[in-house]
Design a protein around this ligand. Structure first.
Ligand code: NAD
Ligand code: DAU
Length: 378
């Protein structure tokens, strides 16, 4: 490997930028913040700024000379071509997606467009760009596709956790669109030698998560004394990972992962939704001693289940641990406490994004879900 190649492979001090798509969303913005905190090189952040994208998340690094924000759509082939020619990134880290399962059930079109067509458009642009690079830059280039464990479908209580060879069996329009995007990435590796790597991660939680997802939604509702809507019997299991641990995994995969491989990422923190919500209530009782809504558990309300609701996800992350020496730093207890503290310290952030269009979503998703009083937890 030449000295020039070594310089570019080493994240610290590299002058070649990476292109991040969807960097104003939950995981993307945490990734960009972690990237700069670790002293890495320049970032071009391409984001359409849908309802889920919020440049405010990146206010602390927005004025750094190494940071460039571009508002744009990954479905726009001409824009992508110009962007790649102009900034000549050494890697693409692809987060941009429609990400909320309930929204995919009520309106799948945007999911097919961004997650499938957008990924296809990005892959095509990356291939043309790669062909324009000299041999060394081509050898260094990586396309990191950030995907989900939902592509594997659902597990029964005693099933082993998802591993990289688990057959795909997506159940929601969201999961199907992500599975399709994974297959496209795989095909571009196999057919065109695109140096891509796929990661499939379990449920993330932490700062800057849009309050439509379980944990931030429950914190926001509990703070306002609103019902905490638990779908179905609340016994669905998710495998929770603190977002900074996911971001560290992605950085390791980007720098040292093997081309054409898939890496599963997960926290080994399987919890039922009911456990998550009751733990949150206990934490809120402690952190909000003056709240008129204590004990917050009284707000817990069972509502109609999500159609096609996957019962259980669990990730086997042994490959990532073995090959790249990654393991999560946060336990569910430490991560959840940090998350609740962050949301309580940033109520204005939540209040700003839960006005306007968000109210329409709440009406649409929860308006038709009558409380199921027979199972009320009060
Ligand atoms: P998010 O919804 O919070 O953010 C998505 C971002 O993509 C937003 O900033 C949005 O503006 C942007 N975007 C959407 N459509 C776009 C388009 N057409 N062009 C450009 N930008 C666009 O999502 P997230 O939770 O941060 O998830 C990021 C990625 O990680 C997704 O690909 C998701 O499938 C994957 N993932 C998420 C989780 C999780 O628990 N949240 C777990 C595993 C994998
Ligand atoms: O597994 C990874 C996936 O995790 C990501 O790919 C998705 O982008 C991300 O949204 C997440 O999907 P889930 O559907 O698991 O996350 P969500 O926060 O929407 O829901 C978590 C669980 O909580 C799920 O079983 C549904 C339940 N739930 C959710 C909401 C919003 C409720 O019981 N009530 C609610 O109001």
């Amino acid at each position: 490997m030449s000295a020039e190649q070594k310089r570019k492979r080493t994240p610290n001090g590299s002058s070649s930028p990476i292109l991040v798509t969807g960097g104003a969303g939950f995981i993307g913005s945490n990734f960009v913040l972690e990237w700069f905190a670790a002293g890495n090189g320049p970032v071009i952040n391409l984001d359409k700024l849908t309802y889920a994208g919020n440049p405010e998340n990146l206010a602390s690094i927005a004025n750094l000379p190494g940071y460039t924000f571009v508002r744009g759509d990954i479905c726009d082939a001409e824009m992508l071509k110009n962007l790649l020619e102009r900034y000549r990134p050494r890697a693409i880290v692809h987060f941009a997606a429609e990400s909320h399962v309930d929204r995919s059930i009520l309106g799948p079109e945007a999911f097919l467009r961004t997650n499938i067509d957008g990924t296809f458009t990005l892959l095509r642009a990356a291939k043309v760009y790669l062909e324009s690079l000299d041999e060394n830059d081509r050898a260094d280039f990586r396309f990191l596709h950030v995907s989900t464990d939902e592509v594997y479908g659902t597990l029964a209580p005693e099933d082993p956790a998802f591993h990289e060879q688990t057959p795909y069996a997506p159940n929601s329009p969201y999961a199907a669109s992500k599975a399709a995007s994974d297959h496209l990435v795989r095909a571009w590796v196999h057919t065109y030698n695109l140096p891509a790597i796929i990661t499939n991660c379990s449920n993330n939680y932490g700062p800057y998560q849009f309050p439509e997802k379980l944990i931030p939604l429950m914190i926001a509702n509990a703070r306002r004394g609103k019902p905490l809507p638990v779908y179905g019997d609340g016994q669905q299991v998710r495998d929770w990972l603190y977002v900074a641990d996911h971001c560290r995994a992605l950085m390791s995969v980007l720098e040292r992962g093997r081309i054409g491989e898939t890496y599963n990422v997960g926290g080994c923190n399987q919890r039922t939704n009911l456990e998550v919500v009751t733990t949150l209530c206990t934490l809120l009782d402690e952190l909000l001693p003056e709240s008129e809504f204590r004990p917050h558990k009284q707000l817990l309300t069972y509502v109609a289940d999500r159609p096609g609701h996957d019962r259980r996800y669990a990730i086997n992350a042994e490959k990532l641990q073995r090959e790249l020496d990654w393991s999560p730093q946060e336990s569910f207890e430490t991560g959840l406490r940090k998350t609740v503290e962050w949301y309580l310290a940033n109520t204005e952030w939540v209040d700003r994004i839960t006005s306007g269009a968000y109210q329409h979503w709440v009406e649409q998703n929860y308006g038709s879900r009558e409380a199921v009083s027979a199972r009320s937890a009060q």
